[in-house]
Design a binder for this molecule. Structure first.
Ligand SMILES: Nc1ncnc2c1ncn2[C@@H]1O[C@H](COP(=O)(O)OP(=O)(O)OP(=O)(O)O)[C@@H](O)[C@H]1O
Length: 262
């Protein structure tokens, strides 16, 4: 579904790439986590996929294919068609992306109608249903609330409801749970895994938390200074890796009796 082919990302024509020779294939229903310290290039990778590199960031080498088509050649109109529907994004702080002076319902209805042919009433009802799917059972109440009336965890679940509404083929998530308490974090992670099971969505998630990555991923890529230093499945990363940096990241994860805890 997604093929990132040997891309290099640079900002402001700097000699030093932010990401160098990065490759990754994602199939339907596959979850891959990017893990690494701050500045290692994780966000640049998913922003490149999303066609949304900040500042003067460009992909200077390689290609990114989605369903066989190069995303690097997409026009603004082509992006408008697939962004939010086929490729969606969950941000670290979904609340910050919401309009503070409009109710969740008015924003959700507008979002749904911008991409689909629904009446206002249908969009409202579908929005309420989607909120139920992300464990916000009192959907009517949430729809009538302003963002400031909801907790961080609730806003994040609303953000996930937006991102999953059109059952995207690909979901890009940039530290979606890092601002949340551990209980809410666990709920949201389980929710994302269930959505993958229900809709076959492929997910690329950025996290600093290697144990979390191991818990939910089919594959983990560890990044440092713009390069992939290690990659593999949970078993490889947790138990078999010989890479010093992976071992260092693992040493920061609480463990007992050989088991690692999220
Ligand atoms: N808008 C920008 N202009 C110039 N350089 C940038 C820009 N955004 C990122 N960079 C540089 O690209 C490199 C990779 O940054 P990136 O944000 O992709 O890393 P990251 O691993 O996602 O970090 P974090 O975990 O802090 O978000 C860093 O050296 C950073 O300074």
């Amino acid at each position: 579904m997604l093929e990132i082919q040997n891309i290099t990302v640079k900002y402001n024509n700097s000699d030093k790439p932010a990401v160098e020779n990065f490759s990754l294939n994602i199939k339907r229903g596959e979850i891959c986590c990017l893990v690494g310290e701050s500045g290692s290039g994780k966000t640049s990778v998913i922003r490149a996929v999303q066609g949304n590199l900040p500042g003067h960031g460009t992909v200077t080498q390689g290609d990114i294919l989605f369903e066989g088509q190069s995303l690097l050649n997409y026009t603004v109109n082509e992006w408008r068609k697939i962004r939010g529907t086929e490729i969606s994004m969950i941000f670290q702080d979904s609340g910050a992306m919401m309009n503070p002076v409009r109710t969740i319902g008015s924003q959700f209805v507008e979002y749904i109608r911008a991409h689909g042919t629904y009446t206002k009433r249908e969009a409202w009802e579908k929005g309420v249903q989607m909120l139920k799917c992300v464990r916000l059972p009192d959907g009517e109440h949430i729809m009538n609330s302003y963002p400031f009336q909801l907790s961080g965890g609730m806003k994040q679940r609303v953000g996930i409801a937006f991102a999953m509404f059109f059952r995207p083929k690909l979901l890009l998530a940039d530290e979606p749970t890092s601002a949340l308490d551990v209980t809410t974090q666990a709920q949201i992670v389980r929710q994302m895994m269930k959505l993958r099971e229900d809709y076959g969505t492929g997910i690329i998630m950025i996290t600093h938390n290697l144990a979390l990555a191991a818990y939910m991923s089919d594959r983990i890529l560890i990044m440092k200074d713009g390069n992939v230093t290690d990659s593999g499945d949970r078993e490889h990363i947790l138990h078999n890796s010989q890479v010093d940096y992976t071992k260092k990241l693992l040493s920061a994860v609480p463990s007992a009796g050989g088991c690692y805890y999220v």
